[in-house]
Design a protein around this ligand. Sequence first.
Ligand code: NAP
Ligand code: F7E
Length: 320
Amino acid sequence: MAKKRALITGITGQDGSYLAEYLLEQGYDVIGMIRRSSTVNFERIHHIQDKVTLVAGDLLDEVSMINLLRDHRPSEVYNLAAQSFVQTSFSQPVFTGEVTGLGVTRILDAVRVVDPGIRFYQASSSEMFGKVQAVPQSETTPFYPRSPYGVAKLYGHWITVNYRESYDMYACSGILFNHESPRRGLEFVTRKITNAVARIKLGKDKELRLGNLDAKRDWGYAKDYVRAMHLMLQQNTPDDYVVSTGETYSVRRFCEIAFGHVGLKYEDYVVIDERFYRPAEVELLVGDPAKANRELGWKPEVTFEQLVTMMVESDLAANK
Ligand code: NAP
Ligand code: F7E
């Protein structure tokens, strides 16, 4: 049987790197779309670089994606590329809309033009729930985004649904809640905390400046979440799914466990800094993963405490 071939946009990102590893394990040919930059940024994929095919393309440029799809003919496309940092979306709202919102239409349309039979995954986000209208949030909860990022993701979600309904495409929107790992970008709060814990423990830093410690998130492990993306594209009919743990913890609790793991108290090191507050905050997110459990047979394997300690251990090793 011919090998399955998948295209991943955003392969250099946290999720892209884990998804590439997972699809290679499943026997796929993996094509990774990378955007041009003056220096290479393959930190997360250097260990699999010789096993994947990297091709230049950009979500801002539909022609680049049409050519890429024509040349490589994948049967599955995972659209993970985005300007993904919520805080930056407030200072660069138009750019975020171009990449994270309209970028989805560009790649969906490239798929429609080249081969509408390609199965498509869109990386949607719990940020679409924003000021939550129900607790917990499920596939039927109304959306109320609270940032230009959330608004752009909502556009991406609805254009995915629209292409599915308009052109009979197998297009899925995975509504994923926060997922973290040792490969998480340093600007996101979890990795910012675990990296600071390691540096403070090793005597390299003295304090950690944070914003709102009372925000609550449903945090899972990225490696668990990429399995759900793949499962969504293996069903008989395309659909949208919430992927989450069903548990929620505050940033403060994350700090407590992370500092506690190395025998420190977070109160002695964390300094509140207004710069890290957002113009509009998402106070509470907690997802209901029942549909993904039931229909995809998906369950997270790593607990919150395991995730925090795994990240602290990894940052301790990296900072030594
Ligand atoms: P990430 O680490 O920030 O990775 C983003 C990726 O997108 C990078 O590979 C980046 O390339 C690429 N990219 C950015 N702009 C691009 C453009 N114009 N053209 C082509 N590629 C571009 O994000 P992540 O955490 O892996 O998340 C993956 C996706 O899931 C994103 O769409 C994110 O919004 C969404 N999501 C994430 C979470 C989460 O908790 N992690 C939850 C829900 C949804 P460079 O390396 O060149 O910058
Ligand atoms: O913030 C609070 C902040 O930046 C989490 C992205 O992957 O998940 C991510 O978005 C919370 C917020 O992630 C700091 O105010 C406090 O309430 O780690 P974050 P996010 O905004 O939840 C969703 C699902 C995505 O889709 C996004 O792509 O932590 N917080 N102090 C802080 N946050 C940061 N970054 N830095 C602080 O100093």
